[in-house]
Design a protein around this ligand. Structure first.
Ligand code: ARG
Length: 589
């Protein structure tokens, strides 16, 4: 559905074009001075500069044309050549009705929708997820929802870390505990039992146990490294264990991600592309892109123009092993070869600290002709810090595990609900479900509302508050709109024709009008906070409208029906937007 801003931009663009000036100067946006204008167009100044003409004259001509537009009430030139626009009540009323009845709540599909892979989550098998993985999960999942909504064909892949030293640690530590397991008999090659020999708790215990020993004892570390090498070389018993470790971990990960409303199409991992690695290495060699250096095969990716040091890609190390660079390259190959339709873009939602890694991988992928470098994007993000400004840790000093985080958020949400005025007849189960929604809203929104690339301070007390720029505040705003509508319905009052007249109504519809631009902006920049800002602005505009005017209690039937319809448009857009953020709205609270 076309927004008023877009409609006016098109009209202004046509007016510029008619004067022989570029249509792009016609961009119209919401005015930052609502007391003076609804919208403004600032293009006359730039157009005048380009054409060496007088900006006020150009602005005057454009304004005169815009006055003829059906939606425009007034168009005035101000200052050096700003055009201030007011739109008519009728145009705003029609727009509100559009939003209310539109499947996309007033937004439009992206003009450049593409087949896109989003690689996020990235948890490591056997190692607990930490808050860095939380950011990847929440940002990545929001991007997948947003891009799908706007028409991109998205495949999401969790890309588990399941090919590193930790697998060697697990194998060797398990062997020390249960040496008689059939998996360790090198002469035996299967079949192996279907039941895993370990639980997720075993994995959680074995890994730190082994990595602790390996840190203190180089020989112990060597043993794990040898085990990985044997596993990578195809030792059957180790491969069978790997499969069990992955399956057991994935089951636990699904629960962790599920709590956060995060889902993936593909549950692939580094180990899945193992079979592609020899062929990939051959291709690099055959293309003359790989070089032998100190016994290792490397792919130089540095360029003359580089401002920073750009080390080569490590294709095969001097022990003959392959690591993070190679599995990522093989994964690109796999996706290009097996996904249909063939991906046109891949987004990697991973910690900013891995920027160099992705730069190297992307350059190498391009060199080999797998996919163009500019179609591969690293969507980096900052760290989650504690009150001391350093990366967040638990009191014991360890990195926080996602499961603990959930428990903490639930506890805090429950506290906040105790202080809130919940419906008297709310039972324990309903309350638990509301607390869960509050906890998820708090965790997701507090992460998403920050500019992706900045660090933020973890503060559960603030995140779970029903006041301020928080997920629970927005959730509560949506519940309140719904309850206004429900109570009106109980009294037999239905929404009707919108007739915008009051200032708070105008402001509310102008805010509704910006939804599509916010979504497209968030998609283009891969910045979910743009959507968060829009929804927060919408909740505030509704709050002002609600405070200023009676809605369900309005006695004039036409006004009441109009305000209920406005409230319903807000409900629709708020719920649609919150769903894109992965935040559920309870029926009541
Ligand atoms: N497992 C990695 C980590 O914990 C993240 C994986 C990110 N995705 C990728 N394709 N490299 O750091």
């Amino acid at each position: 559905m076309t927004s008023l801003a877009k409609e006016l931009s098109a009209a202004a663009g046509a007016a510029f074009d008619a004067m022989g000036l570029e249509a792009r100067f016609g961009e119209v946006r919401r005015s930052d001075k609502p007391e003076l204008a609804d919208f403004q167009c600032n293009g006359a100044m730039a157009a005048a500069k380009a054409a060496a003409k007088n900006p006020r004259e150009i602005a005057g001509e454009i304004a005169a044309k815009l006055k003829e537009h059906a939606s425009v009430l007034s168009a005035e030139v101000a200052g050096p050549g700003f055009i201030n626009l007011r739109v008519s009540d009728a145009a705003l009323s029609a727009r509100a009705e559009n939003v209310r009845g539109d499947a996309m709540a007033g937004a439009e599909k992206a003009p450049d929708a593409a087949v896109t892979v989003i690689d996020f989550g990235g948890a490591n098998v056997a190692k607990p997820m930490h808050v860095g993985h939380l950011r990847s999960a929440v940002i990545g999942d929001t991007l997948q929802r947003l891009l799908r909504f706007l028409g991109d064909e998205v495949t999401s892949d969790v890309h588990l870390g399941d090919w590193g030293l930790q697998m060697g640690h697990l194998v060797t530590e398990l062997q020390d505990e249960q040496p008689d397991l059939i998996y360790f008999d090198a002469a035996y090659t299967g079949p192996y039992p279907a039941e895993p020999p370990v639980t997720i708790d075993d994995l959680g215990r074995l890994y730190p146990q082994a990595s602790g020993k390996a840190k203190a004892d180089e020989a112990r570390n060597e043993r794990s490294q040898r085990a990985v090498a044997e596993m990578q070389a195809g030792r059957a018993g180790y491969r069978a264990l790997l499969r069990h470790f992955i399956d057991v971990s994935v089951e636990a990960l699904k629960a962790d991600y599920g709590f956060l409303n995060v889902s993936f199409d593909l549950w692939k991992g580094e180990s899945d592309v193992d079979g592609l690695i020899p062929g990939l290495v051959e291709r690099f060699k055959a293309a003359g892109l790989a070089e032998l250096s100190d016994g290792a095969w490397i792919v130089p990716v540095a360029r003359e123009s580089d401002k920073k040091e750009m080390p080569p890609v490590m294709l095969v190390n001097s022990r003959g092993g392959t690591g993070y660079h190679t599995t990522d390259l093989a994964t690109i190959l796999d996706r290009m070869d097996t996904l249909t339709p063939t991906p046109e873009r891949m987004l990697y939602v991973v910690d900013q600290r891995q920027a160099l890694h992705f730069e190297q991988v992307f350059r190498a992928a391009d060199k080999l002709g797998l996919i163009a470098e500019d179609k591969l994007e690293h969507i980096g993000f900052g760290t989650v810090n504690g009150p001391d400004g350093k990366p967040f840790k638990t009191r014991e000093g360890g990195v926080l595990r996602l499961a603990d985080l959930q428990a903490m958020a639930m506890e805090e949400a429950d506290k906040k609900l105790s202080a809130a005025n919940l419906p008297a007849d709310m039972g324990a189960e309903e309350r638990f479900n509301v607390a869960k929604k509050v906890a998820v809203a708090a965790l997701r929104f507090s992460d998403l509302m920050n500019t992706r690339t900045t660090n933020y301070v973890f503060d559960l007390d603030r995140f779970t508050s029903f006041e301020g720029k928080t997920g629970p505040y927005l959730m509560y705003a949506a519940v309140r709109v719904k309850s206004v509508l429900r109570k009106a319905a109980e009294n037999g009052h239905a929404p009707g024709k919108v007739m915008v007249t009051e200032d708070t109504e105008r402001a509310l519809v102008l805010q509704l009008d910006g939804f599509g631009a916010a979504l497209l902006g968030a998609r283009e920049k891969r910045m979910p906070h743009i959507l968060c800002e829009h929804l927060y602005g919408l909740a505030q505009a509704f709050s002002s409208f609600y405070a200023a005017l009676p809605i369900a209690s309005e006695t004039d039937a036409e006004k009441r029906a109009s305000r209920l319809a406005l409230a319903d448009a807000v409900r629709h857009q708020l719920e649609t937007g919150l769903e894109l953020l992965g935040i559920d709205v309870p029926a009541r609270m």
